[in-house]
Ligand binder design. Structure first.
Ligand SMILES: Nc1ncnc2c1ncn2[C@@H]1O[C@H](COP(=O)(O)OP(=O)(O)OP(=O)(O)O)[C@@H](O)[C@H]1O
Ligand SMILES: [Mg+2]
Length: 239
């Protein structure tokens, strides 16, 4: 099986303060990895280091066999990395359709799609609600609608690798199920490899194949969600 994401001894600092220490991690193509850990352990910093908005202080990142460590964030997006940020970061004054169109920028020069072609229909098929509300401003959407929009926007760039930072945070349980269903379909129908930061262990266990626990910037445990139970790692995650 080919490896889609490979982190080798990745380290990141904010100024003098080191936050991530020698992270080694791999995700096979088409796989789903859940990154878990308490508040402030460095989960978001790890995703930001992978997408290129936070510089590495050491180590390397390979995506689909290509070393992207020296690339800028927009070049990494074009290399196939999509990102759904914590808190969603929807543009409040743009409509749903316009928010989705901002995600098309990653396609420029890649030759796999066209900005002029507009929002791909499969995104509206994944999230039918977004089609119904495509002219509504981003700022008035519910949390669940915003999360669907943030995922749709990342998918508009046709990523090979999708990084999601706590997509269920602050979302009602019935909408969590819709988001999980959509992500399953992203994996199954689009073949996208997924790394998801998730504090809600039941969701992480039902969706991911492998997990990785961060504690104070280090990986303290990783394994398979099929052969280990969430209860075995809960003490490393719960406060
Ligand atoms: N821009 C920044 N400048 C300096 N320190 C930062 C910055 N962003 C985060 N940190 C610090 O780095 C550490 C890791 O933060 P990070 O946001 O990666 O944690 P997290 O695991 O995502 O937490 P949460 O579960 O609350 O989202 C924390 O101690 C945080 O205070
Ligand atoms: Mg975070």
């Amino acid at each position: 099986m080919t490896t889609l994401l490979k982190l080798d001894q990745l380290s990141t600092s904010y100024g003098q303060s080191r936050v991530l220490w020698n992270i080694d991690l791999e995700i096979p193509a088409g796989g789903v990895l859940a990154l878990i850990g308490r508040n402030g352990v460095g989960k978001t910093t790890l995703l930001k280091s992978i997408i290129g908005v936070q510089p590495l202080s050491g180590g390397s990142i390979h995506v689909d066999g290509r070393d992207v460590s020296a690339l800028k964030a927009f070049e990494r997006a074009r290399a196939g990395i999509g990102f759904v940020p914590q808190g969603r970061h929807i543009f409040p004054h743009l409509s749903v359709a316009e928010n989705l169109e901002t995600g098309l920028a990653a396609l420029a020069e890649r030759g796999t799609g066209s900005i002029k072609a507009g929002v791909p229909e499969h995104i509206y098929e994944l999230f039918p609600k977004l089609k119904q509300i495509k002219d509504r401003k981003g700022g008035v959407l519910s949390g669940g609608e915003q999360q669907q929009l943030a995922i749709g926007r990342a998918l508009a760039g046709q990523p090979k690798l999708l990084l999601l930072d706590e997509p269920t945070e602050g979302i009602q349980p019935n909408v969590v199920q819709q988001i999980e269903d959509a992500l399953r379909s992203v994996r199954r129908d689009l073949g996208v490899t997924i790394m998801i930061v998730e504090q809600y262990l039941d969701f992480a266990w039902s969706f991911a194949d492998t997990y990785c626990v961060l504690q104070r910037g280090r990986i303290v445990r990783q394994g398979s969600t099929a052969t280990e139970s969430a209860a075995e790692v809960a003490h490393l995650v719960n406060i």
